[in-house]
Design a binder for this molecule. Structure first.
Ligand code: AMP
Length: 213
């Protein structure tokens, strides 16, 4: 399947994407993960993105489109893709539309995962991410067996720099200002599926009912 996952930080886009990947082999493409990888590797891309990311601001549309134009043409995308955290602005959505038309591809849906703000704040401040393998934990609902150590690879499970209360609050404002307008954009395109759910399984059921897979 070819989906856009829309939703505020902490809405569960990554979790839903990982579950969907197991269903039909579609690949999860997270621009946030790609950027964090570039920062960790100290590449030119990482250097350009780091300051905006730490502050919870968006990286420039040009930088993101440069990444995604290449990524969407890689072979593993032929079996479908789940876009997690992209597009995030109207110019990105328009550029994606043009790119997909050029490639002769159509999206199945843009899924809006709508979660109340208090649930999101709680989820993000308690989230821990493994610095080495990217595994996600939660100090309340899914803690590591040993505090601060990833169960899967033994790496450090830490709070992301952009998950301090200040950065989270900024990320939510950025989402409301710059990304929430995409809901209207995809409604006009006839692609919007809004799911009002805090459980990932309910989101997946709604997606499967809509696209029949
Ligand atoms: P995420 O893990 O999706 O929350 O992304 C982490 C950070 O990476 C965001 O707060 C932005 O700074 C940056 N980022 C990720 N995806 C995008 C995008 N599509 N456009 C602009 N910035 C992005």
């Amino acid at each position: 399947m070819k989906l856009i996952l829309l939703g505020a930080p902490g809405a569960g886009k990554g979790t839903v994407a990982k579950l969907l990947t197991k269903i039909d082999g579609s690949v999860q493409i997270s621009t946030g993960d790609i950027l964090r990888g570039a920062v960790a590797a100290g590449t030119e891309l990482g250097k350009q993105a780091q300051a905006a990311m730490n502050a919870g601001d968006l990286v420039s549309d040009d930088l993101i489109m440069g990444i995604m134009e290449e990524r969407l043409q890689e072979d593993d995308c032929k079996s479908g893709y789940l876009l997690d955290g992209f597009p995030r602005t109207i110019p990105q959505a328009e550029a994606l539309k043009t790119l997909l038309e050029k490639m002769g591809e159509k999206l199945d849906a843009a899924v809006e995962i709508d979660v109340p703000r208090d649930v999101i704040l709680d989820r993000l401040t308690t989230r821990r991410t493994c610095e080495s393998c990217g595994a996600i934990y939660n100090t309340k609902s899914n803690p590591t067996k040993v505090e601060g150590i990833c169960d899967k690879c033994g790496g450090a499970a830490v709070q992301r720099e952009d998950e301090t209360e200040e950065a989270i609050s900024n990320r939510l404002n950025v989402y409301n200002d710059q990304t929430a307008p995409l809901v209207g954009f995809y409604k006009n395109e006839g692609l919007l599926l809004s799911v009002d759910a805090t459980s990932s399984d309910a989101v997946i059921d709604a997606i499967q009912a809509k696209i029949g897979q």
